[in-house]
Design a protein around this ligand. Sequence first.
Ligand code: NAD
Length: 410
Amino acid sequence: MSGAEDVNYYFRKAARVMDLSTRVERMLVTPFREVKVDVSITLDNGELGTFIGYRVQHDNSRGPMKGGLRYHPSVDMDEAQGLASLMTWKTAVVNLPFGGAKGGIAVDPARLTPREQERLTRRFVQQIHDIIGPQRDIPAPDVNTNAQVMAWIMDEYSRMHGFSPAVVTGKPLDLFGSRGREEATGRGVVMALTEYLADAGRGAVRGKTFALQGFGNVGSWTAHFLHEHGGQVVAVADAGGGTHAADGLDVPALLDHARAAGTVAGFVGGEAITNEALLALDVDVLVPAALGGVITEANAADVRASIVLEAANAPTTPKADELLQTRGVTVLPDIWVNAGGVTVSYFEWVQNIQQFSWDEDRITSELGRHMRDAYATLARVVRERKVSFRTAAYIVAIGRVGRATTLRGV
Ligand code: NAD
């Protein structure tokens, strides 16, 4: 299955449980707008660099569309479609007044100089500026994009449309960013797990063992908060390799190492481990926090963790999801678990529009409220309908988006 088919599979599974009408189902799966643009730039050596950019806007019935921009060779229309619809369901699960979008550029930014990355970003904005905006579609960081990229987007958009900090979120703190945004997704991931463990009577993060795939923004902050809560992170892997210590990695030292080396590989406090071996480790919780489609039909039987905490977007394919469920593994789904990022992005957008800034305590407490409220709703649906957390999350999201769509009409 492709990325978009995976998300639509989960959507349809929930739609069947809900007995959703065909009319509403068709309205909800059809994307609002899909754009594919040429993002050619002059490279530093004078040659032409040609890249393709994508933006898919899935649904705006609950508000302006929101979703990350990814710079990665795997970016294509199908991936953007799948991730855009995922954003519609995610913003609805945590009850934000947004719809879903996603996009990016098919490029390996590590092969570009910072000046080339800036030209590429500005060119992309020139190509899509008329379909994004504070009340239309608000991009954010995702794989290989960061606060600097968001600053360039804000600047380029503002040149054309006047001062518009609310056009993107995830900006630097010195340029209308929000306190707590950088760590928001990882913080939310650990809040989600804590809520579930307490409610399910499965103890606390303290003393549990964790294996994490991915050590970028989401993975590194998740490791930080797990460590802070007394969790034992025994293995971490990224695109450069992995590191493993059965009695727990020294997370602060690993963060320092990864910052300096650009990868967790080569960390002196652990033994090398491959990404495949990490997925099969005998730990309490497996945390995919890198790319999508990593837990598949081929390796789901090897997963020994009893909880899969989906920090990445779409890390589990539908077949793998079924296999894990049959084996009694609890999968806590992406559209709730990693929603902390878009939730604090929403706070950033609100602060930009109000030209007012919140302190960190307020951000953390409002984030906690959104994650807890979402969990309470999901847990109720799980109990009432006897479905998985993923299906419950889709039921809640489809209900909210479906009602807004129906009320607005065609
Ligand atoms: P990032 O670019 O900061 O980090 C990505 C990490 O994945 C890096 O450690 C990289 O080395 C690793 N990686 C890449 N290819 C890999 C491979 N083949 N095998 C193992 N590791 C690999 O990206 P991020 O922002 O941390 O995003 C990670 C995931 O979380 C993505 O699925 C993203 O969509 C999702 N997400 C991000 C946010 C956010 O706020 N940044 C919010 C919600 C969801």
